[in-house]
Design a protein. Structure first.
Length: 237
């Protein structure tokens, strides 16, 4: 038996139609889908430094002055990485069941971008590790700046930005064409990550937060349908 998508363009349930019973696995799946974007907001609020701060020495100094708070934030960032990878797969499978090509493209782009975010050295983990071993802040800053000067983190950063922006747009188009969710939810998904990136580029943290808030809203709409009807992905003989 192999996993195959159900027929493309599966519409949402007709108004007034009886919804299927919410099964525990579907409820967990729906919760994970929303958890990813929300954890970004939680991790950002827990972080002792400004998310748009571009001075390495300031970031390291803020972490050193608030190690306990930073450790809590680091756990949230770890959970975020796991949850966002799972959310990328889930929403892509949902779209793939209705529009196979767009769903697959969205998975490669959005899922790849979400994964790439974890490929570059983390300021949080590197700084905490250095402080734990008694390394002075000047040396930690040099190590972090040295990492940023390498080509690999730069490529990972570009992949991350391009992936989540274009991947979110592709997945949104897939939702829009499938009529599986209200059209406004698809447009919200398409607008979410460009707004988030705009926040990083301009240094306006409110845009970055708003981007993930919009992503949480769009994913919540998809999650509600998954909770009641599943992803639409079926097993074929």
């Amino acid at each position: 038996m192999t996993a195959t998508p159900s027929p493309a363009h599966i519409p949402a349930a007709a108004p007034g139609a009886a919804a299927e019973r919410i099964r525990p696995l579907r409820a967990v799946t729906a919760a994970v889908l929303v958890l990813g974007p929300l954890l970004f907001i939680v991790a950002s609020l827990l972080s002792p430094y400004d998310m748009t701060e571009d001075k390495t020495r300031n970031i390291v100094a803020d972490i050193a002055a608030n190690e306990g708070q930073e450790k809590a934030a680091a756990w949230a960032w770890l959970a975020l990485g796991i949850a966002m990878a799972a959310a990328a797969i889930l929403v892509s499978v949902y779209v793939m069941a209705r529009s196979p090509k767009l769903g697959l493209a969205g998975l490669l782009l959005f899922g790849g971008g979400a994964t790439a975010a974890n490929l570059a050295p983390s300021y949080d983990f590197v700084t905490l590790a250095g402080l734990d071993k008694g390394v002075d802040q000047v040396t930690i800053v040099k190590v972090l700046d040295g990492g940023d000067s390498l080509a690999m983190p730069a490529v990972a950063g570009i992949w991350f930005i391009a992936g989540i922006v274009f991947g979110g747009i592709v997945l949104g188009i897939g939702l829009l064409r499938s009529h599986a969710v209200p059209a406004w939810a698809a447009w919200v998904l398409m607008a979410a990550m460009p707004l988030n990136v705009l926040g990083w580029v301009t240094g306006v943290a409110a845009f970055a937060y708003a981007g993930f808030a919009l992503l949480a809203v769009a994913f919540a709409v998809v999650a509600m349908d998954i909770a009641h009807h599943g992803t639409g992905w079926v097993r074929g003989v």
